[in-house]
Design a protein around this ligand. Structure first.
Ligand code: SF4
Length: 253
């Protein structure tokens, strides 16, 4: 289903109650997998289910979610919970992503309070499937130092660090405020006063450093990971994770 076809099925009220505020951008975001159709309160549950039925066919993210859900069905949550920094609750799992709690059923259904996107679902399912274990290394490394990171380093810079630098330059106050809400500002021990730590997933902290432009140098963003990050997510997933983070910050601007 393309965005126009989806738009025709929306209430077309431009009421502002979904995250995109008007219907056409909302249709575009849903088709891209950046928003959940259920966010529109003017659609009944039955309508959401019916429309999603047609969306699944054209959305690779939904197909990936189905595949990952199948894969985690074979995982015993009680055996992997501690390693990935989650806890069990009944026969399900509870873990934090961006500081928010998510509940995962043995069948791979994910629930939380508030907004849910395919991006979050893919990350959480992938994180569980990887089933990493062990403590954090407590040492920061650049993306290129992670296993497989060297060959993807330019993609990481282009898709993650550069767009965030643009957001800082565009509106520093707002970007800093959003990062402060998602994580915490670190005021000591770093080569710049603009440093934040965000726990993207329980075992995947991210350190964001920003240097504003000055007379000599252009502005710069550097993102550092704990040296153990590649035990919990592969480098492609880390790019996917941080790219989504930057898009979320952009959408909150
Ligand atoms: S909540 Fe629904 S009707 Fe309102 S703007 Fe969003 S998509 Fe349109």
């Amino acid at each position: 289903m393309n965005p126009l076809e989806l738009y025709k099925k929306l209430p077309k009220k431009n009421c502002g109650k979904c995250s995109l505020k008007t219907c056409m951008p909302f249709a575009l975001a849903v088709v891209k997998g950046d928003a959940d159709l259920a966010e529109c309160p003017l659609l009944s549950e039955a309508e959401v289910t019916e429309i999603k039925g047609s969306l699944v066919l054209s959305d690779w993210r939904e197909e990936l979610i189905l595949k990952l859900r199948e894969e985690i069905k074979g995982i015993r949550f009680s055996e992997v919970a501690e390693g990935i920094g989650a806890k069990t609750e009944g026969d399900g799992l509870v873990l934090k992503c961006f500081g928010r709690e998510f509940r995962i059923s043995p069948e791979g259904d994910i629930t939380t309070q508030g907004r849910m996107t395919p991006w979050i679902k893919i990350l959480i399912l992938h994180y569980i499937r990887t089933s990493g274990k062990g403590p954090l290394a407590g040492r920061h490394v650049s993306f290129s130092e992670l296993r497989g990171g060297m060959v993807k380093a330019s993609s990481f810079e282009r898709e993650c660090e550069e767009p965030l630098r643009g957001l800082f330059e565009n509106n520093y106050e707002k970007t800093a405020q959003i990062l402060g809400r998602m994580g915490r500002l670190l005021d000591k021990g770093f080569p710049t006063a603009h440093a934040w730590e965000l726990f993207l997933l329980p075992k995947v902290p991210l350190l964001i450093l920003y240097w504003p432009r000055d007379e000599e140098f252009p502005a710069k963003v550097k993102m550092l990971f704990d040296a153990s990050a590649d035990r919990f997510l592969d480098v492609e997933s880390l790019i996917f994770l941080v790219e989504g983070l930057v898009k979320n910050i952009e959408m909150s601007h």
